[in-house]
Write a protein that binds this ligand. Structure first.
Ligand code: NAD
Length: 493
């Protein structure tokens, strides 16, 4: 098999060590591709290329905003041409159903188009200032940060990358990008597009390899001006520590254990369908997953019965054939999810449906887990406290609104949450009390390029997408102009 390479300083290269890693198709355990496995030295080459591109050749940095915007449009157009190929790659590499991968690619294309427009919009501000120093004007401009390192997880292999790459490129930074080694193939294809549209040498670099080596180097290296990371809270904490050396700018999109609060006056059928989308979309491998259902006691039994019926009807199979759910991403991740399920049983939760590896027919060699619902859960159970990142949902009950709010907030995380009720005032009251960055009323999981995405508490720092997502990759410079040059009179006395 041809070895898939890294893209450093405008060239496709194998790692210095010559090591490789097999990428596995999770639907059947077969080798999908052989990928070069970079190390610290490869990361350093990429950082040096990005540094030279930003501080010496300055080709991308000095390009005007209109030309940068046009380049993003070209990238989007090229992605559109290979949309089906990109979706197929993510389905084969990650395991998500093809229609979900197609939606991801469409979103990613739109993200480039969105930032292509946004970078040309007016930005900065003009301020009325105190004139104690004579007549002054104060205004601000936005500038690129410099060398940006970006590290992404495997759950949305292409899309999580694009959320970072599109605004960072638009802003004029030079980039070293590292995807999760589980799912690198769609990002390699994306960098082929960067090369095709003519991104200047060294402005976009792709490194491939383990987080503990390459990832850590990106976080530590003093030539990196900024690091943005999407992944687990534990790794996010280690990145924060490593980034302290040169006080890098930092953006963290971390884990979640998000509450889905359902009141008795909610449309029950609608709440069940949204709860399904909240936890079983993308096999539950979603940071914002509604993994804790918190429901008013009086409707709990009816809701759980219906949820189990619907979960049991979920079809599982080869993700290219568009079942409701595909396999989990790797064998080890599947085993981690199965361990959590066992813990749930051991700690006394009631297993209502699912709870096992699915091996029927052609699924025998894949990493499939049936959608799993646990009833009678309590705040102290491991499955309620820890992020499982799979198709497993817990159900807890409340009697009063305050109890629901307290339970929703009883978590170290603060990424997302939802409320279902037909009482508009209550919906707003409760959602305002939930300590989370992304919330929904009477729906779960829709997400938009135009609106900011990010978490409270241990779910992260900063925001991606929307205007905030662009500003993360920009420095703000204040410029103060003296309109009356001459003596200020400060030292008169
Ligand atoms: P992970 O933290 O294991 O890995 C994420 C990335 O970090 C990978 O590229 C990995 O190689 C790299 N990495 C690992 N150790 C590193 C280290 N010591 N230094 C630097 N980099 C290192 O996460 P994962 O298993 O790939 O993804 C799942 C996690 O991502 C979940 O916790 C999920 O909630 C989170 N996530 C969050 C968001 C969000 O927007 N908040 C979105 C998607 C996923």
């Amino acid at each position: 098999m041809e070895i898939k390479k890294m893209f450093i300083d405008g060239c496709w290269v194998e790692s210095i060590s010559g090591k490789t890693r097999n990428t596995i198709n999770p639907s059947n355990g077969e080798v999908l591709a052989v990928v070069t496995e970079g190390d610290v030295d490869d990361a350093r080459l990429a950082i040096a290329a990005a540094k030279k591109s930003f501080y010496v050749t300055r080709e991308w940095r000095d390009t005007d905003a209109q030309t940068r915007g046009d380049m993003l449009l070209k990238i989007a157009d090229e992605m559109d041409k290979v949309r089906d190929e990109l979706a197929r790659i993510d389905t084969l590499n990650h395991g998500k159903p093809l229609r979900e991968a197609e939606a991801d690619v469409d979103d990613a294309i739109h993200c480039f188009r969105y930032y292509s427009s946004l970078i040309k919009a007016p930005h900065g501000g003009v301020y009325e200032v105190n004139e104690g120093f004579g007549k002054m004007h104060s205004y601000t401009i936005h500038e690129p940060v410099g060398v940006c390192a970006q590290i992404t997880p495997w759950n949305y292999p292409l899309l999580m990358g694009v959320w970072k790459l599109a605004p960072a490129i638009a802003a004029g930074n030079s980039i070293v990008f590292k995807p999760s080694s589980n799912c690198v193939l769609s990002c390699i294809r994306l960098f082929e597009i960067f090369e095709k549209v003519g991104m200047p040498k060294g402005s976009v670099n792709l490194v491939l390899g383990a987080g503990s080596t390459i990832g850590n180097e990106l976080a530590e290296n003093k030539d990196v001006d900024m690091i943005t990371f999407t992944g687990s809270t534990e790794v996010g904490q280690s990145i924060m520590r490593a980034a302290a050396g040169n006080v890098k700018k930092i953006g963290l999109e971390l884990g979640g254990k998000s509450p889905n609060v359902i009141f008795a006056d909610a449309d029950l059928e609608g709440a069940v369908e949204w709860a399904m989308l909240g936890i079983f979309l993308n096999q539950g491998e979603i940071c914002s997953a509604g993994s804790r259902i918190i429901i008013e006691e009086s409707i709990k039994d009816k809701f759980v019965r219906r949820l189990a019926e619907r979960a049991n009807a979920i079809t599982i199979g080869n993700p290219l054939e568009n079942p409701d759910m595909g396999p989990l991403v790797t064998e080890s991740h599947m085993n981690k999810v199965l361990d959590y399920i066992q813990k749930g049983i051991d700690e006394g939760a009631t297993l209502v449906c699912g709870g096992y590896r699915y091996t029927e027919g052609e699924c025998a060699k894949g990493y499939y887990v049936r959608p799993t619902v646990f009833d009678n859960c309590t705040d102290d159970m491991t499955i309620v406290k820890e992020e499982i990142f799979g198709p497993v949902v817990t159900v807890q009950t409340f009697k009063t609104e305050q109890e629901a709010i307290d339970m929703a907030n009883n978590t170290e995380y603060g990424l997302a949450g939802a409320v279902f009720t037909s009482d508009g005032a209550r919906a707003l009251r409760v959602i305002k009390e939930i300590r989370a960055g992304i919330t929904w009323i009477n729906c779960y999981n829709p997400c938009f390029n135009e609106a900011p995405w990010g978490g409270y508490k241990k779910s992260g720092i900063g925001r991606e997408l929307g205007i905030h997502g662009l500003e993360e990759y920009q420095e703000i410079k204040q410029i103060n102009i003296n309109l009356n040059p001459g003596v200020v009179g400060w030292y008169e006395h």
